[in-house]
Design a protein around this ligand. Structure first.
Ligand code: PRX
Length: 631
C-alpha cells in the first residue's frame, strides 16, 4: 500500500485505528506468503505476548530477492561505494545478489547451520555483510549483527548471551584512512566464547590473520565449493528473524528480538510510505548495518520493496568533508537518509565542500537517531535540499523495528525539529509522570504507544521478564518508549530525547550503567557516575564523575588509561568526553545517586540545582562544583 496524498493519509490513519486488523491484513497482501495467516493479530501487552499474521508462512528473502529476480532481474539491488573515492563502485543486481546469497547460504548449511541457530556477524560495510545477513534469513538462522566498532568483550558478551554457533567476519576493515583489525578482535573474543564452532572470514584488507584448522574458513574458498541454488526455508510468521543488542538504563545490552512476518511487512510498508521511493530511484542511507537503521532501511525495507539501496564503506569526512555529496552527485541519489550528528559535523566544514556539487537529483532528505536541532534542520533543507526536498525527521527505535512518527515525503506538512505525525497503524499516547494520558497540546510528556504494530519487539533474548519490565510495566497496557515528547496545537509531535538513563551520543544509544561498569573495572576507581550533557556535534556527550582510591599523580595520564579501559571493554563510542575526579557523589540517604544534580553541573548550569537538602552530604555538591571550576 502506498499513500499518495494527505487525504489518503488521513483515511488510512482512520481505518488503521477503527479496524487495525482489516488495515494490516490489507497491507500484508502486498507480499508473498507461502501460506496465508489465519488471524492478523493476537496481543496482550501485560505479558507481553504479541503475534502478527498468526499461522502465516513465508521466507523474507523470497520477498527481498526471488520476487524481484522474476520482475526486475537486472535492476541494481545494492550499489556499493568503497572507502576510496577513486575505487570503482560495485553494483549487485537482484539476480546477482540472489545468486550470491544462495551460494553463501549453502556455505552456512555446509558448516552445519540449521534453522534457529544464532549467527554473529561482525563485519565492515561491504556487500558481504548484506549477503551474510540475507543468507542467514534464507535458511532460517537468526542473525545477530554486532557493530564493527565494538570491542572483543562486547562481541563475546553478545555471542554468549545468544549462544551463537558461528561468527562471520573479515580479515580487516577500511574506514577513512584507518585500517581496522576485525578477525584479530574476533580472535580475542573467541577466548571466551565456548559455543562458537566455526568462523567464516571474508577478505577485505588482506591483512595477515591467524586461521585455525577446523575452526576458521575463508569465505571465498568456501563459496567455490557450493552451488548457487538454495531453496528458501519456510518460516513461521513469528519465527525470530534477528536479534539486535541495544543499551538500556540498567545492566548489559539486551537482545531485541524481531520476528519474520510482521517485521517484513512493517519495514517495507514504512520504507515505501515515508520515502516515497519510485522505480528507478537511487536511495542512500548512510547508517551502518550494525544498527537497526541499517537492518531496516539498507537491507530489508528497500530490498523487500524492490528498490536500489546504496551501501557506503567509508566515513563522511574521507577523503574530505564533501564525500556524501560526491556520492550523491556520482550516483544521482534521489533519497538520502542520515543522522543529525553527521549534518552538524559537515555544516562546520564550510561551503566549498557542498556548494559546487550537483545535488539536483535529491528529492527526499531523511534524519534519524536523535533530535535534530533547528539550525541543522534549516542547513540541511537550504544547502543540501536547496529548499526543494522534504525533510523527513523519522522517529523510531531498535525495538520498534521501523519508522513510527515521520512526515511522509511530499505528503505531510513539515516543521523544523518536528517528527510530525504517526504513520497509519501507529497510535502514540503522551502520559504525565503519574501515568495519566495528556490529550491535545502537551508541553511535555512521556511517549507511549497504545496499540501494537507489526514490527514491535517480541521479547528480549533469553529474558522475557526484562522485556516486560523495561517496556510494558511503566505504564501498564502500553508500550513505553523511554522518550520525552511534546505535541503542539496541530497535533504534531516533537521528540525531545530520552527520559531514562540512556545517553544518545552521535545517534548511538549508550547506557550509563554500562559505561559506569567499564569505568569501575579500571584499577583504582572506587565509584563512578555517568551523565549526558549537550554536545555541539554529537548531540550529547558523556560526562564521567570518578572517585579514585587516591588522587592520581598524573591526572591526564590516568584519564587516558581510563579511556583505554572503556575502549577495551565496550568500544571507542562509549569513551567519556569529559572526566572529573571527585571525592564524593551526591547521594540520597537511601544511597541513590542524584543524577539530576550531576547533569546540571555537567551542563555548567548550577543556577537551578533544586532541593539538595535530602542529600546525605550536601557539602559534596560544593566540592564537585569547585572541581568542575564552577562557583
Ligand atoms: O531517543 C530516541 C532517539 O534514538 C532512540 C532509539 O535509538 P536506537 O534504538 O539506537 O535507534 C536509532 C535509530 C532508529 C530513541 O529512543 N531517536 C531516534 N530517532 C529520533 C530520536 N530522537 C529524536 N528524533 C528522532 N527522529
Amino acid at each position: 500500500m502506498r499513500i499518495s496524498s494527505f487525504e489518503e493519509y488521513e483515511l488510512a490513519y482512520k481505518k488503521s485505528v477503527d479496524d487495525p486488523e482489516g488495515f494490516w491484513g490489507e497491507v500484508a497482501q502486498n507480499f508473498e506468503w507461502r501460506k496465508p495467516w489465519t488471524r492478523v493479530l493476537d496481543w496482550n501487552f501485560d505479558k507481553p505476548d504479541i503475534k502478527w499474521y498468526v499461522g502465516g508462512k513465508l521466507n523474507i528473502t523470497e520477498n527481498a530477492l526471488d520476487r524481484h529476480v522474476r520482475e526486475r532481474p537486472n535492476q541494481p539491488a545494492i550499489i556499493w561505494e568503497p572507502n576510496e573515492k577513486d575505487d570503482d563502485p560495485v553494483t549487485l543486481t537482484y539476480k546477482v545478489l540472489h545468486e550470491r546469497v544462495c551460494r553463501f547460504a549453502n556455505v552456512l548449511k555446509n558448516h552445519g547451520v540449521v534453522k534457529g541457530d544464532r549467527i554473529c556477524i561482525y563485519m565492515p560495510m561491504i556487500p558481504e555483510l548484506a549477503i551474510a545477513v540475507l543468507a542467514c534469513a534464507r535458511i532460517g538462522a537468526i542473525h545477530s549483527v554486532v557493530f564493527g566498532g565494538f570491542s572483543a568483550k562486547s562481541i563475546a558478551d553478545r555471542v554468549n548471551d545468544a549462544n551463537c554457533k558461528m561468527i562471520i567476519t573479515t580479515d580487516g576493515a577500511f574506514r577513512g584512512n584507518k585500517r581496522i583489525a576485525m578477525k584479530e578482535t574476533v580472535d580475542d573474543a573467541l577466548i571466551g566464547c565456548p559455543t562458537v564452532e566455526k568462523v567464516l572470514v571474508a577478505t577485505r584488507t588482506r591483512t595477515p590473520v591467524s586461521m585455525i584448522k577446523g575452526r576458521d574458513y575463508w569465505w571465498e574458498e568456501e563459496t567455490k565449493k557450493v552451488s548457487a541454488e538454495c531453496p528458501a526455508t519456510e518460516m513461521d510468521s513469528e519465527d525470530p528473524l534477528f536479534i539486535l543488542y541495544t543499551s538500556g538504563s540498567t545492566g548489559k545490552p539486551k537482545g531485541v528480538v524481531h520476528t519474520t512476518g510482521g517485521y517484513m511487512v512493517y519495514s517495507a510498508y514504512s520504507f515505501q510510505n515515508v520515502f516515497q521511493n519510485n522505480p528507478g530511484d537511487v536511495y542512500f542511507c548512510t547508517a551502518d548495518i550494525g544498527w537497526i537503521t541499517g537492518h531496516s532501511y539498507i537491507i530489508y525495507g528497500p530490498l523487500v520493496s524492490g528498490a536500489t539501496s546504496m551501501m557506503f564503506e567509508g566515513v563522511p569526512t574521507y577523503p574530505d568533508a564533501g564525500r556524501f555529496w560526491d556520492i550523491v552527485e556520482r550516483h544521482k541519489v534521489n533519497i538520502f537518509y542520515t543522522a543529525p550528528t553527521a549534518i552538524r559535523s559537515l555544516m562546520g566544514f564550510g561551503p566549498e565542500f557542498w556548494k559546487d556539487k550537483d545535488l539536483s537529483s535529491l528529492r527526499v532528505l531523511g534524519s534519524v537517531g536523535e533530535p535534530i536541532n533547528e539550525e541543522a534542520w534549516t542547513w540541511y533543507n537550504e544547502n543540501i535540499g536547496k529548499g526543494n526536498c522534504t525533510i523527513c525527521d523519522t522517529w523510531w527505535q531498535t525495538e520498534t523495528g521501523g519508522i513510527m512518527i515521520s512526515p511522509l515525503a511530499n505528503i505531510t506538512p513539515t516543521k523544523p525539529t518536528y517528527a510530525m505525525l504517526p504513520l497509519p497503524g501507529v497510535q502514540p499516547m503522551l502520559v504525565d509522570e503519574k501515568g495519566e494520558e495528556i490529550t491535545g497540546n502537551a508541553i511535555s510528556g512521556n511517549l507511549c504507544i497504545k496499540f501494537p504494530w507489526p514490527s514491535i519487539i517480541r521479547t528480549t533474548w533469553g529474558d522475557h521478564e526484562r522485556c516486560k519490565q523495561v517496556y510494558f510495566s511503566a505504564y501498564p497496557g502500553n508500550y513505553f518508549t523511554g522518550d520525552g515528547c511534546i505535541r503542539d496545537k496541530d497535533g504534531y509531535y516533537r521528540i525531545t530525547g530520552r527520559v531514562d538513563d540512556v545517553i544518545n551520543v552521535s545517534g548511538h544509544r549508550i547506557g550509563t550503567a554500562e559505561v559506569e561498569d567499564a569505568l569501575n573495572s579500571h584499577t583504582g576507581v572506587v565509584e563512578s557516575a555517568v551523565v549526558g550533557y549537550p554536545h555541539e556535534i554529537k548531540g550529547q556527550g558523556i560526562f564521567a564523575y570518578i572517585i579514585m582510591e587516591s588522587q592520581p599523580h598524573e591526572p591526564e595520564l590516568t584519564k587516558k588509561d581510563i579511556l583505554a579501559t572503556v575502549t577495551r571493554i565496550i568500544g571507542p563510542i562509549a569513551k567519556p568526553d569529559q572526566i572529573l575526579f571527585v571525592s564524593g557523589l551526591p547521594k540520597t540517604r537511601s544511597g541513590k545517586i542524584m543524577r539530576r544534580i550531576l547533569r546540571k553541573i555537567a551542563e555548567g548550569d548550577v543556577s537551578s540545582l533544586g532541593d539538595t537538602s535530602t542529600l546525605l552530604d550536601p557539602a559534596v555538591v560544593e566540592e564537585i562544583k569547585a572541581a568542575a571550576g564552577i562557583s
